[in-house]
Design a protein around this ligand. Structure first.
Ligand SMILES: C[S@@+](CC[C@H](N)C(=O)[O-])C[C@H]1O[C@@H](n2cnc3c(N)ncnc32)[C@H](O)[C@@H]1O
Length: 275
């Protein structure tokens, strides 16, 4: 006799297959332990007793699927997280960017946009924002909308301000936001050169001719094969000598023909065939 846990595992496998067939999202390409843990908490939150019931709801209600997808993929972010990364970016990557008349940067998996605005602030301070185009994309429609809104809590803003100073920020962080009702909103001038849209790294094409791709804290949710495929997409999307920035605890790209180390401790890599 199968145990309750084994029956649940069968249900989970069926549900992932049903999602793939119905919506085209292959969650089997994500790290299974994370997906399973998050599915269990989604089931608990739904008030339903079994995955079979959740599957039925998800299959018949696209809004329910969107909300489940948001719960399965982790949409937390931060501004100037890993301040040393931003310090090195400012000191070592910015001089290269300065040599281009136009700069294209892609935040792939931007969640609620904090890193997008950290980059926008940094580019403003380096007098590069006016020649920059920033693409902010995420799998989640809800994440894209909250990135576009750029509204954060006062507590978050205090943490952002601390990290900003540690990263070598040269002004008062408060200059970049408007405060009110316990929240802060990113100033419109930081959004001027940002375009936001939904993009699935697992299935969609690269956005081309990028000088920098940021994809921090996204790839570690992916299984090896998907990770390798996405790194291939980034290699296609970067111009020669373009920079790829990954999260602090993420392994760098293994393919030396595509990428070389630039600042490996800060997880900054360079498209091979340097410009
Ligand atoms: C932990 S957040 C990282 C946010 C930000 N890059 C940072 O480091 O602060 C991971 C983001 O990856 C997004 N994501 C997950 N799978 C994705 C996929 N296949 N395509 C695009 N984005 C994806 C999630 O929706 C989530 O917003």
């Amino acid at each position: 006799m199968a145990s309750e846990r084994e029956v649940e595992s069968i249900e989970i496998a069926l549900m992932l297959d049903a999602i793939k067939q119905r919506y085209g999202y292959d969650l089997g390409e994500y790290v299974p332990e994370t997906i399973e843990r998050r599915l269990r908490s989604a089931l608990a939150r739904s008030g339903l007793a079994h995955f079979g019931e959740l599957q039925h709801r998800v299959l018949h209600d696209a809004a329910c699927f969107s909300s489940l997808l948001d719960q399965l993929t982790v949409q937390v972010s931060d501004m100037f997280r890993d301040p040393e990364f931003y310090r090195v970016f400012r000191e070592r990557v910015v001089p290269h960017l300065r040599t281009y008349p136009e700069i294209k940067l892609w935040h792939a998996g931007c969640a609620s946009g904090e890193e997008v605005y950290a980059t926008a602030i940094l580019l403003c301070e380096e007098d590069l924002y006016e020649r920059a185009q920033i693409y902010a994309t995420d799998l989640s429609a809800r994440a894209v909308e909250s990135a576009r809104a750029g509204v954060y809590s006062q507590e978050q803003a205090s943490a952002f301000a601390q990290n900003y100073a540690l990263s070598g920020g040269t002004r008062a962080f408060e200059d970049y936001v408007v405060s009110g009702y316990g929240r802060v909103a990113v100033r419109e001038r930081l959004k001027k050169n940002v375009v936001y849209f939904q993009h699935n790294l697992a299935t969609d094409y690269a956005i081309g001719e990028m000088n920098v791709i940021f994809c921090r804290n996204v790839l570690f949710y992916f299984e090896k094969q998907l990770r390798r495929r996405v790194l291939g997409t980034f290699a296609q999307g970067l111009c020669r000598g373009g920079f790829l920035c990954l999260g602090a605890s993420e392994a760098g790209p293994a393919d030396a023909e595509l990428f070389s180390d630039f600042a490996p401790r800060e997880r900054i890599f360079r498209r091979a065939g340097a410009a």
